[in-house]
Ligand binder design. Structure first.
Ligand code: ADP
Ligand code: ADP
Length: 237
């Protein structure tokens, strides 16, 4: 069974202005993502990539179609069940989305606090996560004292806090220079290899997909226009 299956998924937003037209951001997309793979979604700005990840994460309802995670259709769950499913999904962002007023430890601990993990268990988990991303020495620093690559590594540690099975990376390296991009992609590859996390990488950069994703879907105007092994898709005549 695929880890994540999208079947004919569409998302149409209502008109932004009176007399405006509705926007179909995701248009009849079907994808199968296997457990333990790194799957890329590439396309220009406005292609529908971010909408697609928000649908997978249950942050927005689909207009039609189904999304199955481990065989469970998550588009039809009660809010309580949806919360359980979302525990399985971590997410990282282009702008890292760290809390500026909190230390690195506190940022990583945040989802564990929300989940109600006791203080001692939280502390142990945060230490383990910072060690995994190589930032143990930055535990008490603030985000602005770190480089962009380091901040994204904190974002990854935070996303992994609750032991997710899936990590959604939305333009996670788009704000970074080539060197720090490498640092973050290497870490994502380790997350995949060592922790077995299924990763969906959303980007407009072919280099990123070529470096990290075994398979890729190409999006244009809400539709998947091509998908397959990255090598085949990128070397198509
Ligand atoms: P990408 O991530 O590939 O840049 P998006 O998913 O952000 O694409 O956007 C796809 C399309 O959906 C765009 O035309 C965008 O303007 C529109 N869109 C995205 N989010 C919303 C929203 N919340 N309300 C209305 N339209 C939206
Ligand atoms: P608070 O008093 O708000 O809990 P702390 O900075 O003491 O603030 O801790 C924030 C979170 O980070 C807690 O969950 C704590 O267990 C964890 N934490 C704090 N310092 C460290 C550290 N050096 N290594 C690992 N985890 C830490």
């Amino acid at each position: 069974m695929p880890h994540i299956t999208l079947t004919d998924v569409s998302k149409t937003y209502p008109p932004q202005k009176r007399r405006g037209a509705p926007v179909t951001a995701v248009d009849a997309v079907s994808l199968e993502i296997q457990r333990g793979e790194i799957f890329g979604v590439i396309g220009y700005s406005g292609a529908g990539k971010s909408t697609l990840v928000r649908l997978v994460n249950g942050l927005e309802p689909v207009t039609s179609g189904s999304i199955e995670i481990d065989g469970v259709d998550v588009t039809r769950l009660s809010p309580a069940k949806l919360r359980d499913v979302r525990q399985k999904i971590g997410m990282i962002f282009q702008r890292f989305n760290l809390l500026r007023s909190r230390t690195i430890s506190q940022n990583v601990a945040y989802p564990l606090e929300v989940a109600g993990l006791p203080r001692a268990a939280r502390k142990a988990r945060v230490a383990e996560l910072l060690e995994f991303v190589g930032l143990s020495d930055k535990a008490d620093a603030y985000p602005e004292q770190l480089s962009g690559g380091q901040q994204q590594r904190v974002g990854i540690a935070r996303a992994l806090a609750a032991h997710p099975e899936i990590l959604l990376a939305d333009e996670a390296t788009s704000a970074l220079d080539p060197e720090t991009t490498d640092e973050v992609l290497d870490l994502l590859a380790r997350v995949n290899r060592e922790l077995g996390v299924t990763i969906i990488v959303i980007t407009h950069e072919m280099d990123v997909i070529a470096r990290i994703a075994g398979r890729v879907a190409v999006m244009e105007k809400g539709r998947v226009v091509e998908q397959g092994d990255t090598y085949d898709v990128f070397t198509d005549p």
